[in-house]
Write a protein that binds this ligand. Structure first.
Ligand code: FAD
Length: 494
């Protein structure tokens, strides 16, 4: 089939009825339900761009073995130039949603490429698992399917292993000649309700006792026994005006708890089976983090530029950008944009050979950015809140501008600095509040904090996996200046 367009994506969702619950209701059709119709339309725009002659060369490549186009995220890179092509594609899709869609399809497509390139790692459990992951990569690439994932055991008691809470967490419950059966829950599947398939694997660091949980496999979202309970939606199409909520109305990515109720997974879709050692090696021995961080940091660059742009526009709209402390805050926020740009380029220039005739972006600068963003993005949100201050609370609804009795007031009292009209200022502040104040904006912040794992432990791993030769060389060279202790020189010796 090759790269799909938006209608093909929507038709695919309709063709796969799934069990999705939201607000106490089982959804008939996710493509038309008000909790999902707008985000489905946004995803369809991304797919359409892949088929648009103006952008298809940027967003897709021709797969040599099929002659068909596939999304750029599936393309193995031969050199730094190819990594740049991949980044340009990520950037283009992200800029279509201001970087606010964390789980656009390219995110997990990069994971699958990383796994397929390192198929020998999966092969440690048996050659069939290596073959399965490569075949699955080709299947998703060639059918251009949209993946979601849920990597974590649900938050129940974090002091206990999954084995100690075995009735709760997703695990294998039996195996047959044909495949395995899995039951239990996983958290959280962003956009799981509108995905085609779930790619299941697990974060590293699980204990030996959790072998039943050390699985990697794929299921269709529509497979019998796969159930999703979505969190409360922050917006429903048609309930709130676009003027008041331009971002949340369009880019709300719902998240769900994913439940497996005795779900059958055929062996061809199993990539790792009851293998704790392999599970714990998956992040370090495949280029999973390199590839996903290249995509997510590119997406985060777009989001950071957007958020800093909003902060500057808000400051300018009330003349606050003339104050020194505001300039300093904005200057600091601009540093984040530059760090992101620089780290991405360095990851490409210093790319590493994979051993398969391809290269992957260097990990260290990407991990530095990944662990920088959980603090840097909330800081920018805080700047928007600090600069806009009480201005957020004096904003009317867009509907107030349509009331003739209020027209004199609405055009007079909301105007901004430098002749900015009331309408323009209110439009800006409503958008800024969507980003920095609404439940939607708070989730976006929570996303940057946590999407790549617990920032405490991921940042600690920067230290635990440090390549410190040069740092220690400098320290040791300076220590050599000190030499060995000698008796203090005597004043009388002169
Ligand atoms: C908006 C959003 C979208 C997401 N989307 C996805 C998705 O699509 N797919 C997916 O798989 N995941 C997704 N996640 C989940 C994300 O991977 C997790 O939130 C993240 O890994 C942290 O895990 P947790 O939330 O269970 O926190 P926990 O691990 O429960 O941590 C809670 C607190 O306890 C502390 N803590 C817990 N355990 C330890 C420990 N052993 N040592 C030290 N401190 C500890 C943490 O530091 C933290 O302060 C998403 C998260 C968010 C917020």
């Amino acid at each position: 089939m090759g790269a799909r367009n938006g209608q093909q994506f929507i038709d695919g969702l309709k063709a796969r009825p799934r069990e999705v619950w939201i607000n106490g209701e089982r959804i008939e059709d996710v493509t038309t339900h008000p909790a999902f119709s707008r985000i489905v339309a946004q995803l369809a725009r991304l797919y359409d761009a892949q088929c648009d002659p103006a952008t298809q060369d940027k967003l897709t490549y021709i797969v040599p073995e099929t002659g068909e186009r596939a999304g750029m995220a599936f393309m193995p890179a031969k050199d730094a130039g190819d990594l740049r092509r991949r980044r340009d594609a990520f950037y283009h899709w992200a800029s279509m949603n201001f970087g606010l869609m964390g789980r656009s399809p390219d995110f997990l497509n990069t994971s699958l490429l990383a796994f397929a390139e390192a198929s020998e790692v999966f092969g440690r459990g048996g050659q069939r698992f290596a073959d399965n992951i490569v075949n699955y990569y080709k299947y998703i690439r060639d059918n251009d399917l949209f993946l979601s994932h849920a990597l974590l055991a649900p938050q129940n008691d974090r002091t206990k292993s999954s084995a100690e809470q075995q009735n709760l967490h997703m695990r294998v419950v039996r195996e047959t000649e044909e495949g395995i059966y899995v039951s239990g829950a996983r958290m959280v599947a962003t956009l799981g309700a509108v995905a085609d398939e779930m790619l299941m694997y697990c974060l590293p660091g699980i204990p030996e006792s959790d072998a039943d949980h050390a699985l990697a496999f794929a299921v269709k979202v529509s497979d019998p026994g796969v159930r999703q309970i979505c969190r409360e939606p922050y917006t429903l199409d048609g309930q709130r005006s676009d003027f008041d909520h331009p971002l949340s109305n369009n880019f709300e990515e719902n998240d769900s708890l994913l439940i497996f109720d005795d779900v059958f997974v055929p062996w061809e879709r199993v990539f790792m089976y009851r293998d704790v050692a392999l599970n714990n090696a998956l992040y370090t021995e495949t280029a999973l983090r390199n590839y996903t961080a290249h995509q997510t940091n590119t997406r985060a660059l777009v989001k950071m530029q957007f958020a800093v742009g909003v902060a500057m526009a808000v400051a300018r709209s009330i003349g606050a950008d003339k104050f020194l402390h505001v300039q300093r805050m904005l200057g600091e926020a601009l540093n984040s944009v530059e760090f992101l740009k620089s780290g991405l380029v360095r990851s490409e220039v210093e790319c590493e050979a994979t051993g398969h005739g391809t290269v992957r972006p260097a990990l260290a600068p990407l991990q530095a950015l990944r662990t920088f963003l959980p603090a840097a993005y909330p800081k920018v949100v805080e700047i928007i809140q600090t600069v806009a201050a009480g201005g957020f609370m004096m904003m009317p609804s867009g509907a107030d501008f349509t009331v003739p009795e209020l027209s004199e007031d609405t055009s007079l009292y909301y105007q901004g600095a430098g002749g900015m009209s009331s309408l323009d200022r209110v439009r800006l502040f409503k958008m800024a509040w969507d980003l920095a104040g609404e439940a939607f904006g708070t989730r976006l912040l929570q996303y940057e904090r946590y999407y790549a794992g617990d920032p405490v432990r991921t940042t600690a791993s920067n230290y635990l996996q440090v390549k410190d030769e040069e740092m220690m060389r400098l320290v040791n060279e300076a220590l050599a200046l000190a030499g060995d202790p000698e008796p203090a020189p005597r004043a009388s010796a002169k």
